[in-house]
Ligand binder design. Structure first.
Ligand code: SF4
Ligand code: SF4
Length: 360
């Protein structure tokens, strides 16, 4: 197992993402998947209220009873997306009970979607409630999880409230969140990445992402994980495990991990830049819309349309970006965004593609 340090604690670089457990109604069987991961050296376990039909925390709690008996160290991360401080506190207390712990190691101010949303978390008391729980010893580290673009992640980090960040990061969107990662590293924060397989897009599109494989007999999962593990700024890469077989295959990948050399990383970057030059990098230079349309959100969603198909669009807009296709009705076609786009992408054309995908 490859290990990193998260705020002074030794942590396995491969983490257990508790959002995809395949049979959550079977608590005992699901807990065995968690325990197998622990047995194989995984020490970071990430869960949340609502994951897996709201059973994920309960499954983790069941496994934790056994993990405690072993005396070996492990850490647990859970979350609340509540903006109201009182509601967050209630959710935190439920999580502590379900997880069978007195302290949650990493508690995420969860799913910070937009700058407005972030301001709301402060205004309605969520952030204060997290900090109070930390003072009381119910939380060890206050962290946040986000889908914000890199520059906005940096702004939140620079407020100096949090000790770690959890964000979606993979070879598809790695140019997009660089600023956030760099800001986190500057402050010696932990960086946990979720969705390292791009929501399945990477393993399912071997023809497009095959260049990630730099060694013989590498699988796509293996290659995508190696790409992330080769980045020393990333503390933990979370994989959403369904079952014991998933755990064993990811651990086997990490066991044979040898960091990619500088030349290999440079080669992968070059391939990403040249082959995905038609993809939006979410650099946000198009953040100039007089109507307030978050152009980059729609353009990044177009990447998913291209790679995953039309059915990916609605969910991506709603759950990842907190927006809706109707937002595009505000567009006056002034073309300011197209002129500002670093990649000179046909933004208007892509808006039409997205509308067509949603409306059929
Ligand atoms: S549309 Fe162009 S400017 Fe806007 S985020 Fe994408 S690549 Fe950057
Ligand atoms: S073309 Fe539309 S989306 Fe682009 S800046 Fe103008 S109003 Fe905004």
């Amino acid at each position: 197992m490859e290990y990193r340090t998260y705020k002074g604690r030794k942590t396995a670089a491969l983490g257990f993402g508790g959002m995809r457990i395949e049979d959550p109604d079977n608590i005992a069987r699901s807990a065995e998947t968690v325990l197998r991961a622990f047995e194989l050296g995984i020490t970071y376990f990430d869960t949340a209220p609502g994951y897996c039909k709201d059973k994920s925390e309960i499954i983790m709690g069941e496994a934790i009873k056994e993990m405690k008996k072993s005396g070996n160290p492990f850490t647990i991360s859970t979350k609340s997306s509540r903006a109201d401080g009182g509601e967050l506190r209630e959710q935190l207390e439920t999580s502590l009970k379900r997880l069978n712990v007195d302290t949650i190691d990493y508690y995420n101010c969860w799913y910070v979607l937009t700058k407005k949303d972030w301001e709301n978390r402060k205004k309605k008391g969520a952030v204060q409630a997290i900090l109070k729980a930390k003072e009381e010893g119910l939380i060890r580290h206050a962290v946040f999880s986000t889908h914000l673009p890199g520059p906005h992640i940096r702004d939140v980090i620079e407020e100096g409230i949090f000790e770690g960040v959890t964000l979606g990061y993979s070879v598809i969107n790695f140019p997009f969140r660089q600023e956030g990662i760099e800001a986190a590293v500057k402050r010696d924060m932990g960086v946990v990445v979720m969705n390292p397989l791009g929501g399945g897009v990477i393993p399912q599109n071997e023809d497009q992402f095959g260049f990630l494989k730099v060694g013989e007999n590498q699988t796509m999962v293996d290659a995508a994980l190696h790409f992330l593990l080769s980045d020393p700024r990333i503390t933990v890469s979370l994989v959403g495990f369904r079952n014991i077989a998933d755990v064993e295959s990811a651990v086997a990948s990490v066991e044979k991990f040898k960091p990619y050399g500088e030349d290999q990383i440079a080669y992968i970057r070059k391939r990403v830049e040249s082959e995905f030059n038609q993809l939006c990098t979410s650099c946000m230079y198009c953040n100039v819309c007089p109507e307030g349309i978050p152009v980059w959100s729609f353009m990044e969603t177009w990447n998913h349309l291209k790679l995953k198909g039309a059915e990916a669009v609605g969910d991506r807009l709603k759950w990842h970006w907190g927006t809706d296709i109707a937002e595009l009705d505000k567009c006056t076609r002034c073309l300011k965004c197209e002129r500002a786009c670093t990649q000179k992408l046909p933004i208007m054309e892509r808006f039409e593609d997205l509308k067509k995908a949603v409306k059929g």
